[in-house]
Design a protein around this ligand. Structure first.
Ligand SMILES: Nc1ncnc2c1ncn2[C@@H]1O[C@H](COP(=O)(O)OP(=O)(O)OP(=O)(O)O)[C@@H](O)[C@H]1O
Length: 299
């Protein structure tokens, strides 16, 4: 652990337990993430990885333990509060607004972060009535998507604005920058549903980054990727870290995990069974046993 001395803790998961009825999905799990690192969270199916993400992002509430971001308590806060504090995530199953363009998807991501709503500003520009509760929550069937469709129905186009406010223009430039970072800026005006699968995954990452996270949680971002796409994703994750974002990565592809992470935490049946550098974890008998499905003492 000596190489961690002097590093600043960003996320502290402290003895967290989560139960679903009789199932203990997480059992006293603890680990710390340091600013600027890429941490892998791995383990066999059902080990508790997604539940851990859900606890960090406010989707699942621990029955015991604490989670802190830069020393600030997270448990008990609402999802949008946690987003504003600086945690963003992508999902195992892609969750985009299919009827919105790639650029609009990113703009809605940015909207979840800011007190002044850019999407709201557009609504004000066009006097399209939108209920306050429809503005910021990002869900697959969310109000923002409906409202933008409403905007289109009036015949007024998002891209055809003659008078941008400075804020709208800045948001658009930033969104284009993020699309460029993930390598799909050429697809900005395409509907999300018409993008190729790999492009949709990249768009999800751009949208998550639009919330200006300190910590980005990626849940199996390489699922369904071919080997070339995985290499590109690995480079993208490094690039994201180089912009100052700390990355928590759930991934089943061991080559990708070993190739990109600084440290790895291994879960099995809701418990942490190992933690260390990729090399340490790869050689750990408990990890080998967990993946080969044999008892530890037989490994
Ligand atoms: N909402 C829920 N209700 C009941 N049980 C749940 C719920 N969510 C997760 N579980 C259970 O908790 C355990 C951990 O699940 P989780 O999805 O966190 O594992 P995982 O490591 O992400 O698995 P995978 O790699 O298959 O995605 C599993 O036994 C799962 O069935």
């Amino acid at each position: 652990m000596s190489e961690l001395t002097g590093k600043t803790p960003l996320l502290e998961v402290d003895n967290v337990t989560i139960r679903f009825g009789g199932v203990v999905a997480l059992n006293g799990v603890d680990f710390t993430m340091y600013e600027g690192e890429i941490l892998g969270l791995i383990g066999p199916n059902g080990a508790g990885k997604t539940t851990c993400f859900n606890a960090i992002t406010g989707v699942a509430r621990p029955s015991a333990g604490a989670i802190r971001l830069s020393g600030q308590r997270l448990v008990g806060r609402k999802r949008h509060q946690i987003t504003r504090m600086g945690i963003a995530r992508t999902f195992q199953n892609i969750r985009l607004f299919p009827e919105m363009t790639a650029l609009e998807n990113v703009l809605v991501g940015a909207d979840a972060r800011h007190k002044t709503s850019v999407v709201g500003a557009l609504f004000r520009t066009y006097r399209v009535p939108v209920k306050p509760e429809e503005r910021t929550e990002i869900t697959a069937t969310g109000g923002a998507a409906r409202a933008l469709q409403q905007l289109r129905r009036t015949g007024q186009r998002f891209f055809g604005l003659s008078r941008h406010t400075l804020e709208e223009r800045a948001a658009r430039e930033k969104a284009m920058g993020l699309l460029s970072l993930v390598g799909i800026e050429g697809r900005a005006g395409e509907l999300a549903r018409s993008l190729a699968y790999g492009e949709q995954r990249r768009l999800e990452i751009a949208r998550a980054l639009a919330t200006e996270p300190k910590l980005l949680c990626l849940d199996e971002p390489a699922a369904g990727f071919n080997p070339a796409e995985k290499v590109e994703l690995l480079n993208l994750i490094r690039k994201i870290r180089d912009t100052g974002v700390t990355v928590l990565l759930i991934e089943h592809d061991m080559r990708l995990v070993m190739g990109v992470t600084d440290r790895i935490v291994v879960l099995e049946f809701g418990k942490k069974i190992a933690e260390g550098t990729p090399a340490e974890v790869r050689d750990d008998p408990a990890v080998i046993a967990a993946y080969l499905g044999v008892p530890t003492d037989a490994a």
